[in-house]
Design a protein around this ligand. Structure first.
Ligand SMILES: Nc1nc2c(c(=O)[nH]1)N[C@H]1C(S)=C(S)[C@@H](COP(=O)(O)OP(=O)(O)OC[C@H]3O[C@@H](n4cnc5c(N)ncnc54)[C@H](O)[C@@H]3O)O[C@H]1N2
Ligand code: MOO
Length: 399
């Protein structure tokens, strides 16, 4: 079977994937969620001209000649404003965040004054300083956060300040994760001589969580049609069912067949990428299926290149993975027939340019190298060799 290009495979995997439903969550639980609607300010901030400093509110006309003595006529504190109007020759004690009294046009910081009981001596002043005008931050009705924004600390500060107690966000996609293989045992077991510890599902779980989905662990199924069918059935109500292993051509690679038996319609199988060739995708009822290869690096690369954009589509998350440019610190041999994702380590030079060095072994079983790398060099199929100092595209790992 001819291999499909990464680009075409991704297009098929994303075809028809639309954002999930909307739910409202308290702003305190908004972290990591994706905003489903544009959010506008329900008030103006600051709601009044406010003082940026502790000091005295004055009229600049009264302090043209210094030092100047002004009569102290009251106090404006945050939450308890001075109600009157500042008249000529007067000052009001004022604190940070407090409303600036009508009639005042300058705040003099405390350090430039001397308190004299019921008057105050102004020693220095900068006309018009230390007042934050009403609406300096935002005005009621301003759209400040747009649909598709992934909510982090800064966005949540803003959402709360805009006076939203609840936020409209996308439902979290549920991703069922099934490891397969007679040899696979959970971490912490006493593996037998032919057994291998399950690892890929933990990377995929972390990836799903980091993107804002809910991983659902379907455990480990042996290479046996009945057991695979049972496990698949348990995952069929997820938004995405991810299988790990059994995707290649060996006698025990039964996963795609088991999925087809329960009704999966195949979108594609076998992609021109390295690692990751045995990847397949399909639809099973309402669920999307992504069949990852068992080799750990292959599974993780396919997770980044396919599962990440699929999850973002379900979340309506507007972020895209942009490739970055880097300068090779070692030569790269010409590309093969598949698009390559070389595990590599990058560094920033003094002038800010990023250099990158592929790791010496690119075997797709090497988890140590995967963890040591901080990015993938993305090398298009059949591309010419690149000498040291040449430019390449890299995909930084998210963590
Ligand atoms: N004749 C061919 N052989 C292979 C081909 C091919 O085109 N023709 N493709 C190779 C490629 S590329 C890959 S990648 C692997 C992937 O094959 P499978 O998806 O069938 O994976 P398995 O055979 O089940 O396992 C491969 C390897 O990974 C280990 N594994 C599996 N699951 C896990 C897990 N959850 N955690 C950790 N490690 C896991 C498994 O023990 C094997 O060592 O096929 C090549 N063969
Ligand atoms: O694609 Mo396999 O993923 O080369 O090891």
């Amino acid at each position: 079977m001819a291999l499909i290009s990464v680009e075409d495979a991704l297009e098929r995997a994303l075809r028809g994937l639309t954002a999930l439903g909307v739910e409202r969550v308290p702003v305190a639980h908004g972290a990591g969620r994706v905003l489903a609607e544009d959010l506008s300010a329900t008030l103006t901030q600051p709601p009044f001209d406010s003082s940026a400093m502790d000091g005295y509110a004055v009229r600049v006309a009264d302090v043209r000649a210094l030092p100047a003595t002004l009569a102290l006529v009251g106090t404006s504190a945050a939450g308890a404003r001075f109600d009157g109007i500042l008249e000529p020759g007067q000052a009001v004690r004022i604190f940070t965040g407090a409303p600036v009294p009508d009639g005042a046009d300058t705040v003099v910081i405390q350090e430039d004054t001397e308190a004299l009981g019921d008057s105050v001596l102004i020693k220095e002043v900068e006309a018009g300083r230390h007042i934050r005008p009403r609406g300096q931050d935002f005005m009621e009705g301003d759209v400040l956060l747009t649909a598709g924004t992934r909510l982090g600390a800064r966005a949540l500060i803003l959402a709360a300040a805009m006076n939203h107690a609840e936020l409209p966000v996308r439902r979290k996609p549920r991703v069922a994760i099934l490891s397969t293989g007679d040899e696979i045992v959970p971490p912490g077991s006493m593996p037998g001589p032919d057994e291998i510890v399950a690892s890929v599902s933990y990377g995929i779980t972390a990836l799903v969580e980091s993107l804002g989905g809910v991983p659902v662990d379907l455990g480990i199924a042996p290479d046996e049609a009945r057991a695979l069918a049972d496990a698949i059935t348990r995952g069929a109500d997820a938004d995405i069912l991810v299988t790990i292993g059994g995707a290649s051509v060996g006698d025990r690679d039964l996963v795609a067949g088991a999925l087809a038996n329960v009704g999966m319609e195949l979108d594609f199988a076998k992609v021109a990428m390295r690692p990751g060739k045995p990847l397949f995708a399909g639809r099973l009822g309402q669920a999307r299926v992504l069949g990852l290869p068992g080799n750990p690096v292959s599974g993780m690369v396919c997770g980044l290149v396919f599962l990440r954009p699929m999850l973002r589509a379900l979340l309506g998350d507007s972020r895209k993975d942009s490739l970055q440019e880097a300068i090779l610190a070692a030569p790269l041999a010409k590309g093969g027939p598949r698009q390559a994702y070389h595990r590599a380590i990058s560094a920033f030079a003094g002038d800010g340019t990023r250099t990158v060095r592929p790791l010496p072994s690119q075997d797709s079983s090497l988890m140590g190298a995967l963890a040591r790398a901080d990015c993938l060099i993305v090398q298009p199929a059949s591309s010419p060799a690149v000498p040291e100092g040449g430019k390449v595209s890299i995909l930084p790992f998210p963590d």
